[in-house]
Design a binder for this molecule. Structure first.
Ligand code: NZQ
Ligand code: ZN
Length: 381
């Protein structure tokens, strides 16, 4: 097991009706609160009313209009508004995009640096405190310090590290209004988060392996019912907890991580607008195929423990595990090939060009570079 350090100060407040707890969670000394929202889904599903009723007479302003794959251009406007109002606490009400945007807003409120410069610096020096009311189980942003921000004019998308939320409220009932496509993308994102921390080296941590396999098996088990109906409370609970557990850092203790699928997926989204989870399901099966020798031992463990494949040669079991992974994504209604998702060759070429220009290489072997990315793209068609 590798050395590790873990710190997660986020108070999770889980369950039906918990938005009403907001007044106990927002620090009592808060003089100016800013609430950050997306495009308006919370007005249709009752979340906005619940939040307003809970905060009562706490002085606050509202910022509306954070888009999916939040753009720095929008975030700059929120920062201006927050600075004018001398905001000392921010509440994000939405999915990963609203929460990620808030992670940049709270950093930019503390400095004169431009928000994009903060993203490029990779780590926020200082932040205002913030909390979240999560409405999409997917990213884990409600319990981690990472954020992914896009820039519309250059079609770039980069991750940076900010602060953890002070608290996050997870009420499974607020997710009933998600569409089947949103649930599918959320399940896929959570699944791939686990894979990024699991499908690397064997034998580093028995307990992390079992945690990861537990989350993967749960997602596979609940997905068929979840994509059909989203108003089953118990199923939504397991979905929500799985997504949070997939990226709150706990399954990463002492193990080698990958993240190459995400790095390619982020570029596809930045250039085409494809939803985050939908980009990952195209890249992951190809990544498994291209790196099958490097990942052989872990793929065999994955085949055995997640897909219950016990017979056949090693190569047959690996082939079948990759096939089942791709079938699983297809069963969510998500295309797993670039052409089926309408992604043209010009996007592939641009991603490869960017990786070459930036001289980057990703993955546990640091070998997913521009050339390897080209081979992976060939496998995604
Ligand atoms: O904007 P509104 O109107 O609220 O609509 C949103 C949005 O259109 C809608 N929505 C949210 N809650 C809803 C709802 N619709 C009906 N009912 C509800 N309860 O869903 C749409 C998508 O929301 P978004 O926040 O974009 O989804 P998600 O949570 O998947 O976040 C995706 C973003 O997070 C980043 C992604 O790259 C992407 O930018 N990620 C963040 C990570 C992190 N911070 O750790 C890690 C991830 O790997 C990921 O990269
Ligand atoms: Zn993700």
């Amino acid at each position: 097991m590798r050395n590790f350090e873990y710190y997660c100060p986020t108070r999770l407040v889980f369950g039906e009706g918990r938005i009403a707890k907001l007044p106990d969670l927002i620090p009592s000394g808060c003089r100016s609160l800013m609430i950050v929202f997306g495009g308006g889904s919370v007005r249709k599903n009752g979340v906005y009313e619940q939040v307003k009723a809970a905060i009562g007479n706490i002085p606050h302003t509202e910022f509306w209009g954070i888009e999916p794959n939040p753009c720095v251009e929008t975030i700059r406007r929120a920062v201006e508004q927050g600075k004018r109002a001398s905001v000392d606490f921010v509440l994000a009400v939405g999915g990963g995009s609203v929460i990620d945007a808030t992670k940049l807003i709270v950093a930019a409120l503390c400095t004169d640096m431009d928000a994009w410069e903060i993203v490029l610096s990779k780590k926020a020096e200082q932040t205002k405190p913030f909390g979240t009311v999560l409405t999409v189980p997917a990213t884990g942003s409600e319990m981690n310090s990472g954020a992914v921000i896009s820039r519309a004019d250059t079609k770039e998308k980069f991750a940076f590290s900010s602060a953890h939320p002070v608290f996050s409220i997870l009420d499974p009932k607020v997710t009933y209004s998600l569409s089947s496509h949103q649930v599918a993308c959320g399940l896929a994102d959570a699944f791939v988060h686990v894979i990024e921390q699991y499908l690397t080296l064997c034998g580093e941590s028995r307990v992390m392996d079992r945690f990861a396999e537990g989350v993967l098996s749960t997602v596979i088990e609940i997905a068929p019912s979840l994509v059909k109906r989203h108003d089953d409370y118990d199923l939504m609970c397991d979905y929500m907890v799985s997504a949070t557990a997939a990226l709150n850092g706990m399954i990463a203790w002492g193990v080698t991580q990958d993240w190459a699928t995400h790095m390619i997926g982020h570029e596809i989204t930045a250039l085409s607008g494809l939803t985050h989870g939908a980009s990952l399901v195209i890249v992951l099966p190809a990544m498994m195929r291209v790196l099958r020798e490097q990942k052989r031992q872990k793929l065999l463990q994955y085949a055995e423990r997640v897909w219950n494949l016990h017979v056949g040669t090693e190569d047959e079991r690996i082939d079948r595990a990759i096939e089942l992974t791709e079938d699983f994504f297809c069963s969510l209604g998500l295309p797993t090939r670039l052409e089926d998702a309408g992604i043209g060759r010009e996007i592939e070429d641009e991603v490869v060009r960017r990786f070459r220009d930036r001289s980057v290489s990703f993955g546990e072997g640091r070998n997913v570079d521009a050339d390897c990315c080209r081979v992976i793209f060939d496998c995604c068609r």
